[in-house]
Design a protein around this ligand. Structure first.
Ligand code: HEC
Length: 201
């Protein structure tokens, strides 16, 4: 039988230092060569790394998986998009349509009394801030988008706050809608400021 034959050495010179393995098959034996040192070094390095990895990602609760990182990024991107959509969707048409939306106008009136009346008067007739009921506008020509822009961004140098920082998007739109209803109602109050822009413009 083959495996009872005497093993044949493939290294007759006898220079090979590794011991021969026990297993003989068809008269062939293998040297029990040690693994190269670089290989064992990498093996142990990955092993040690895996312990740290396992601890960090699975036990400590500090590690963020790729999926979690992705979810966090997604949420941030969604929030940015939602914020952009809220401002991008504001158009002259949308704001004009709110002028006849009594719920929006009523809500806007509440905000106006609460936040704007100190400077613009209870009815928008003007105090420190300009009269909002005349046909004169310092900023823009009295279009809904003009009112929206100045209300959102404010006029820092003149003491008109930037309301986009303090009011939610809906509150902002509705207060602008209310201010829109004041235009050209010409309440007696603060003298006109800015350029005149009749309703037709
Ligand atoms: C602290 C005082 C103050 C408050 C509060 C204030 N405003 Fe004003 N607002 C001003 C001043 C002052 C101006 C004039 C800015 C200028 O001269 O450029 C102004 C200008 C404006 C204009 C532009 C008018 C024009 O002729 O172009 C609008 C619209 C306006 N405010 C809306 C609002 C609304 C809406 C609110 C409340 C959410 C508000 N303001 C709250 C002081 C204020």
């Amino acid at each position: 039988m083959a495996h009872t034959e005497e093993p044949q050495s493939s290294d007759p010179s006898g220079e090979h230092e590794a011991p021969l393995g026990d297993h003989v098959y068809d008269g062939i034996q293998e040297y029990d060569n040690p693994l190269p040192r670089w290989w064992t070094a990498i093996f142990w390095a990955t092993f040690v790394f895996s312990i740290g990895y396992f601890f960090h990602y699975h036990l400590s609760g500090n590690g963020q998986s790729v999926a979690q990182g992705y979810a966090v990024d997604r949420r941030a991107a969604d929030e940015t998009r939602a914020r952009e959509a809220l401002t991008q969707n504001v158009t002259e048409e949308l704001l004009a349509s709110l002028l006849t939306n009594s719920a929006a106008v009523d809500k806007g009136k509440e905000t106006f009394i609460g936040k704007c009346a100190v400077c613009h008067g209870q009815k928008g007739e003007g105090l420190i801030g300009p009269n909002l009921t005349d046909a004169h506008f310092i900023h823009g020509s009295g279009k809904m988008m003009d009112l929206y822009d100045v209300t959102s961004n404010g006029v820092d140098a003149k003491g008109m706050p930037a309301w986009s920082k303090q009011l939610g998007p809906e509150e902002l739109r509705s207060v602008v809608a209310f201010v829109g209803t004041l235009r050209h109602t010409n309440l007696p109050g603060k003298a006109p400021e800015g350029a005149e822009h009749p309703p037709s413009q």
